[in-house]
Design a protein around this ligand. Structure first.
Ligand SMILES: *Cc1c(COP(=O)(O)O)cnc(C)c1O
Length: 516
């Protein structure tokens, strides 16, 4: 059945094992759009008639109702609860989305973030009334600087990609300050897609550096390309193949000798936290995804937070505001004060309206303090152990393009070569995983590998949970090779079948057209 926008709202008889009157399948309930369900007559409140008023809009007043989807309270609760049951989340099961670090968000963090002293404050409150919040941000900043071995941190960026923008703006400011008009940013193929996007957004020409057969940046190609036009190199480490880039120190030395800066995409810091300090490798700027490494909810669960650590060379160009310890407490240094100070007068300015994501700062610090320094090191070790368990358990049935180079870091990379001859691809495999009750892994990324499947189990999965995933993936692989036709239309049991994702992206229906 279609709604008035051509969207399927009911499962067609041929798709369902059993056709039901309601379209529901057992406890999986169908749910139309809010606009299809509600109407002003059913809003659950009896509003008095609007008295006749004198029209002062010169006839421009709205002539007909705007079609608000009014519902009663129980209908509203059911609508959103039914929709939420069609979703998959980290609290339901393993979420093996590579590069995204979908790990358990400890409830202790939630409890801390809801303390009224953190949750109910306003960014425009007088600083004397929010000293605890300022101290918390300062303490978190100290942890981040200590863990990374970097002297400065900007707390305000609101996501990983926003942090990249912050780091690249500081690099641009540093180059401009010395009158150096460099125009090129080098980005290895194994970098995250946000890296070239950020460099282009900052006005740089982006040049790719190839990956070598070991899934790492081709260092010779990188060094050969360095020169007076290269502003920076953006390297993701551990990279998007889930591998550590072992030549960082040599790369940083060469880039610095050529007058450029090194930006490191640190979104995968969860693989090395407590084991490697990026400052020791020589990098100049790196963002940290609090919502990945430090376990604050993301995706549908909450906003991100992407603080950026800086080397001494870039520290003077870091953005505002920042928090400074003063005689009897903490102060938030804003634009005007900083411009008049000696050490921050070259800041590139402000990135966000206020001071960053306070709720995420609380969660991240609660996570750090409850783990302690030794616990954070274990986080990285267990994340790497779990990913290697996946790699070792699947490499005989899947194609693991870099398994010959040794263990992986926090995620295991496969390609769909094992499906050759079946006409099935990574996409079919991912859709088949939905019928097994799993959120699919990351697909077709990184681009270095054809038909990539990137599995990041994270350290919060038990061995039993990993064994169940491995069992399901091995079973799927065997069944797909044996009877491929059954999988061309997977998923068969999900609330929605294969959607036309291209049409959804290219011709999205974003508004509701009033049927009347
Ligand atoms: C997630 C991720 C990003 C982007 O972070 P957002 O918070 O989604 O903007 C960048 N690089 C890598 C390697 C990532 O995994």
């Amino acid at each position: 059945m279609m709604n008035n926008q051509g969207r399927v709202t009911r499962i067609a008889a041929s798709d369902a094992a059993v056709e039901t009157f309601t379209g529901n399948r057992a406890l999986m309930l169908e749910e139309p759009l809010l606009f299809e369900r509600g109407s002003l007559e059913n809003c659950g409140v009896d509003l008095p008639d609007v008295p006749v008023v004198q029209d002062r809009l010169a006839g421009l007043g709205r002539a007909r109702v705007i079609g608000l989807p009014a519902l009663s309270e129980p209908e509203t609760v059911r609508h959103y609860t039914r929709l939420s049951r069609q979703n998959y989340g980290i609290d339901l099961g393993i979420f093996p989305l590579g590069s995204c670090t979908m790990k358990h968000n400890p409830r202790l963090n939630e409890k801390m973030a809801r303390l009224p002293g953190f949750a109910d404050i306003h960014p425009l409150q007088p600083q004397a009334t929010v000293q605890g919040a300022l101290q918390l941000i300062d303490t978190l900043a100290t942890w981040l600087k200590t863990l990374t071995g970097m002297p400065e941190v900007a707390m305000s960026p609101k996501a990983g990609a926003h942090g990249e923008l912050c780091g690249m703006l500081a690099i641009r400011a540093a180059l401009e300050a010395r009158g150096d008009a460099r125009s090129v940013v080098l980005v290895p193929e194994s970098a995250h897609g946000t890296n070239p996007a950020t460099a282009a957004f900052c006005g740089y020409a982006v040049e790719n550096i190839p990956a070598n057969a070991r899934g790492r940046v081709d260092v010779d190609a990188l060094l050969a390309r360095l020169g007076p036009d290269v502003a920076a190199v953006m390297i993701t480490n551990p990279n998007t193949c889930g591998l550590f880039e072992p030549d960082m120190i040599a790369i940083c030395e060469a880039v610095h000798a050529a007058g450029g800066f090194v930006y490191c995409d640190g979104a995968n810091f969860n693989a090395i936290v407590g084991r490697v300090r990026p400052g020791d490798l020589g990098i100049d700027a790196m963002h940290i995804n609090l919502h990945k490494t430090f376990s604050t909810p993301h995706g549908g669960g909450g906003p991100g937070s992407g603080p950026v650590v800086f080397s001494a060379a870039l520290a003077p160009f870091a953005p505002l505001p920042f928090i400074r310890k003063v005689k009897d407490g903490f102060e938030l240094v804003e634009e005007m004060q900083a411009r008049q100070s000696k050490d921050h007068d070259r800041s590139f300015g402000r990135m966000v309206a206020f001071h960053g994501q306070m709720g995420m700062f609380v969660r991240a610090l609660a996570y750090m303090m409850s783990h302690g320094a030794d616990g954070l090191r274990l986080v990285a070790e267990d994340a790497v152990l779990n990913a290697n368990y996946i790699l070792a358990s699947l490499k005989d049935v899947f194609t693991a393009p870099f398994a010959h180079t040794g263990p992986c870091m926090h995620e295991a990379l496969f390609s769909d070569d094992f499906l050759d001859g079946t006409g099935l691809t990574t996409l079919d495999f991912a859709k088949a995983m939905i019928d097994e009750g799993f959120h699919p892994m990351t697909m077709y990324f990184p681009l270095v590998v054809h038909g990539a499947m990137l599995v990041e189990p994270t350290e919060t999965e038990s061995k039993a949970s990993l064994d169940q995933l491995v069992g399901a993936l091995r079973s799927l692989a065997a069944r797909m090779l044996e009877a491929p036709d059954a999988f061309r239309t997977s998923p068969h049991m999900a609330p929605r079948r294969r959607l036309d994702e291209t049409a959804a992206a290219r011709k999205p229906v974003l508004g509701y057209r009033d049927a009347a």
